[in-house]
Structure formats: structure tokens, C-alpha cells
Design a protein around this ligand. Structure first.
Ligand SMILES: NC(=O)c1ccc[n+]([C@@H]2O[C@H](COP(=O)([O-])OP(=O)(O)OC[C@H]3O[C@@H](n4cnc5c(N)ncnc54)[C@H](OP(=O)(O)O)[C@@H]3O)[C@@H](O)[C@H]2O)c1
Length: 248
């Protein structure tokens, strides 16, 4: 079964964050898709992939030169049909923990979470969007999170992560408008994958009912299905794993 039936056959695709739980699942699914010719897998420490069609490269979101080089490498023999940004940070060791109250706000945490979740993806958009195919549907999707929705925020908390994802959502909307001027077939969207069992969510999933905790492969399968069903009139939107639109 192909999850890229709306893209050109022999697609050239890129996944940023290929070492992550959801990113790795995207790479594996796309590599097993007969309509995909090449999967460019980007992360800070490039790994080995079993499938011949996967090419592994280095990309660090805090190093713009590595992003520019990555975009050039991925599009060296053909424009890109699909770019998925599956990077993100919610916690790291004892230094970065989601805030439960305003007294826990720290400038260093805000700066680092915004750097990875919003500034890095902005630079990815800057260098990868010009490399997208312009003559037919081509997709740029960034993994956001429902907690980045301002309209949906009823619980508070997780200040840095929420702020960073709200900024990412604004980036996506802004890029979608500009990209559509020169690439009217483009689809530029933010995605919410659901709660997925990965390193990022592990400390926070103890009370998530099993039916609501997705395996990375299931989440990636659903998100590829959502992207396959989206068309240019939906560009700039924020979509959940079930295809429903989320309020910004
Ligand atoms: N899991 C969930 O329940 C959930 C829910 C809602 C939204 N999301 C979003 O989905 C996306 C993927 O999350 P995940 O659950 O797959 O997390 P994950 O397994 O922790 O993967 C995070 C990825 O981000 C990469 N990354 C972090 N800092 C980076 C940097 N400076 N440069 C390049 N790459 C960097 C990591 O690379 P390294 O291996 O090099 O660290 C890794 O590939 C994130 O945007 C997250 O916010 C996840």
C-alpha cells in the first residue's frame, strides 16, 4: 500500500529528525513505499539504514550551515516532493522540564526550547522550501503539538513547549502563504501526531490509556495518510492524526 499516492511517482523525500521515535517510523514507512525513490534521512548523528533507498546525512538545527548543506544534498539530483520536520524537544535531563507553574519559568529553558522547536524549523523552511517541486503537489509538514494551539489551551502549564509550538504554527502559516505565491500546488502544514510512545513523551504517559498512546509506526502511518489527502486549498492549516483541523 502506498501512503504517497497523491505525490509524483519516484518521489524524492526528506525526513528531518530521523533518529527520533516518529521520525524513524517515517523513514521506514517511506522507504518501504514503492512510489518513493529516495529517502533522505537527517539527524545530528547519522545512522545506518537497512533499506538501500535511504541516504543518511547530518543536520543540526542549531547550525544553519548544516541545514543549508542538507537541503542542497537532498535536492542535488531532483526537487523534493515531501519534507517532514519531525524534530522537537520537551525535556532534557534535569535541565529542561516542562513548567508546571509560572515560578518555574527559566530564560535558559525558554531559549533552548524555542531554538529547537521554532528557530531550527524556521531555518529548515528557509532552505528546504525553495527546493520543493513546483509543477505538482509537494508537501512540507512540521510536527507541532495540540498544546501549541492558543485557542485550545484550557489547562496552562508547559509554557516553553506551548510557546515554541505556537511559534512553529505561525511559521507554518506564514511560509504557506509565501510558498503558494510561487508554488500554487504546495501544501505547507503543521501536524499533531497524538500522544506517541517515544523518548519525548515517556515521562508523561503513565496515565495515558493504552488506546490513546500510539506506537510511532501507527502515528507516522496516520500522518502520511493525512498528508496524502491534503490539497493546496488546505495549505497553512494545522491537522491532527485523524485529519481533523485544529484551531490555531
Ligand atoms: N511523542 C509525542 O507524544 C508527541 C506529541 C505531540 C507532538 N510531538 C512532536 O513530534 C515531534 C517528534 O517527537 P518524538 O516523539 O518523535 O520525539 P523524539 O523521539 O524525542 O525525537 C526528537 C527528534 O528531535 C531531534 N532533535 C532534537 N534536537 C535537535 C537538534 N538540535 N538538531 C537536530 N535534531 C534535533 C532528535 O535528534 P537527536 O537524536 O539528535 O537528539 C530526534 O530526532 C516533535 O516535534 C514533538 O514535539 C510528539
Amino acid at each position: 500500500m502506498s501512503l504517497t499516492s497523491s505525490l509524483r511517482p519516484d518521489s524524492n523525500v526528506a525526513v528531518i529528525g530521523a533518529s527520533g521515535g516518529i521520525g524513524a517510523a517515517f523513514v521506514e514507512l517511506l522507504a518501504s513505499d514503492a512510489r518513493v525513490r529516495r529517502v533522505h534521512a537527517f539527524c545530528r548523528v547519522p545512522g545506518e539504514w537497512e533499506q538501500d533507498k535511504v541516504v543518511s546525512h547530518r543536520l543540526d538545527l542549531t547550525d544553519e550551515e548544516s541545514i543549508e548543506a542538507a537541503a542542497a544534498a537532498a535536492s542535488s539530483d531532483a526537487p523534493l516532493d515531501l519534507v517532514i520536520v519531525a524534530t522537537g524537544i520537551l525535556h532534557r535531563g534535569e535541565c529542561i522540564r516542562p513548567e508546571k507553574a509560572m515560578r518555574e519559568i527559566r530564560a535558559e529553558t525558554l531559549a533552548e526550547v524555542l531554538a529547537v522547536n521554532a528557530v531550527g524549523p524556521s531555518l529548515v523552511a528557509k532552505h528546504f522550501l525553495p527546493k520543493l517541486r513546483r509543477d505538482c503537489k509537494a508537501v512540507f509538514a512540521a510536527l507541532s503539538a495540540r498544546v501549541g494551539s492558543i485557542g485550545d489551551n484550557r489547562l496552562g502549564g508547559w509554557t516553553a513547549y506551548r510557546m515554541s509550538k505556537a511559534a512553529l504554527n505561525m511559521l507554518v502559516r506564514t511560509m504557506a502563504i509565501e510558498q503558494a505565491r510561487t508554488a500554487p500546488e504546495s501544501v505547507v502544514v503543521a501536524l499533531h501526531p497524538g500522544t506517541v510512545s517515544t523518548e519525548l513523551s515517556r515521562p508523561f504517559t503513565a496515565r495515558v490509556p493504552p488506546a490513546k498512546l500510539f506506537r510511532p509506526r501507527m502515528a507516522a502511518t496516520r500522518l502520511l495518510g493525512v498528508l496524502d489527502a491534503l490539497w493546496p486549498d488546505q495549505t497553512g492549516g494545522f491537522f491532527a492524526y485523524d485529519g481533523t483541523r485544529i484551531d490555531y
